[in-house]
Design a protein around this ligand. Structure first.
Ligand code: RIB
Ligand code: CA
Length: 316
């Protein structure tokens, strides 16, 4: 069985919460070095608290959490509370977690971990604005030596945008950071809306989670049902798209996704199209094709994996 050393950088966030529950349940395959959190869907203090809360529910307080950047590299913060609720975790009961984040800043953790890890040994999953990772790269470019690949939820091509007509939220929230990561050099596996819209939390799928008797499965079901109840996510029977668990599912079961090699540039300046991902499938001498763009996702397979692993997770 292939095991990966993994760092997850996230902004919980309803779907980040489900992604974390999946990753915490996959302890046989994913060796989690740490979770770094960033301002995004909600403020940095809340994404850190939410991560510690999900970690407690998953009974994985062996994994350290590090609080990160409070605002994007250049743009003003743009939150997405309307999709994630005021707390960032939908209508989940909120309490102060037993164990909080470490004192070390997330960027310093990324620098320490990636500059001391064996070469190309760490899979870096990013499911929020890429501010922490881009800041670490700019502060200490040698962090790239430790990166095996970036697996990011972000961007849109044929699916169009979800925060503006042409931009997906994670890229829009910090386009300068995204441009740094896409063009840093290590392979990027990009799970944009083109793929994540093929993975829907239909009522039948959330019912399968509800039938399990583990805190993680019940929490995942509650988070997904909150998203399904939002009119902005479309008709309930269609199910809301499951964005952030996609890169985690890919790490565990790569065959669930198909990709096309490409180069990606990010619009950072235009008022109209900031955050747009220009996905170029045509090979060009002056453009490294270092990005694998997810074009197909096996929605049934992703949910079967999520249900199987959450069924095995710690009982109450
Ligand atoms: O566009 C979807 C992305 O934006 C997800 O990561 C979700 O959590 C929000 O951050
Ligand atoms: Ca997110």
């Amino acid at each position: 069985m292939h095991t990966s050393a993994v760092i997850i950088d996230c902004d919980p966030g309803v779907d980040d919460g489900v992604a974390l529950l999946l990753a915490f349940a996959a302890s046989d395959v994913l060796k989690l070095r740490g979770i770094t959190t960033v301002a995004g869907n909600v403020a940095a203090t809340l994404t850190a608290r939410n991560t510690c809360l999900i970690r407690e529910i998953a009974a994985r307080e062996d994994v350290p959490v590090y609080t990160g950047c409070v605002q994007p590299m250049q743009r003003k913060p743009v939150e997405a509370g309307h999709f994630h609720g005021e707390s960032g975790l939908g209508d989940l009961p909120i309490r102060t977690p037993r164990k909080g984040p470490e004192a070390l800043h997330a960027v310093e953790f990324l620098i320490r971990e990636l500059t001391t890890a064996p070469a190309a040994s760490i899979s870096l999953v990013i499911t929020g604005p890429m501010t922490n990772v881009a800041t670490a790269i700019q502060r200490r470019p040698e962090v790239l030596r430790g990166v095996r690949e970036f697996a990011i939820m972000g961007g849109a091509r044929s699916a169009g945008g979800n925060i503006t007509p042409s931009a997906e939220y994670n890229i829009y929230a910090d386009p300068h950071a995204a441009q740094v990561v896409f063009n840093a050099g290590p392979p990027v596996y990009a799970f944009g809306l083109d793929a994540t819209h093929q993975v829907r939390a239909t009522p039948a799928r959330t019912a399968a989670l509800a039938a399990l008797d583990t805190p993680a499965a019940g929490t995942a079901r509650d988070l997904l049902e909150f998203a399904n109840a939002l009119p902005a996510n479309g008709p309930r029977e269609q199910g809301s798209p499951l964005h952030d668990p996609c890169p985690i599912a890919w790490l565990i079961e790569p065959s669930l996704f198909e990709f096309r090699r490409c180069h990606v540039d990010v619009e950072t300046e235009s008022a109209l199209t900031a955050g747009h991902t220009a996905v170029e499938f045509r090979s060009r001498a002056d453009r490294a094709q270092n990005v694998q763009w997810a074009t197909r996702a096996n929605g049934d397979g992703v949910f079967a994996l999520l249900t199987r692993l959450l069924a095995q997770s710690a009982k109450a």
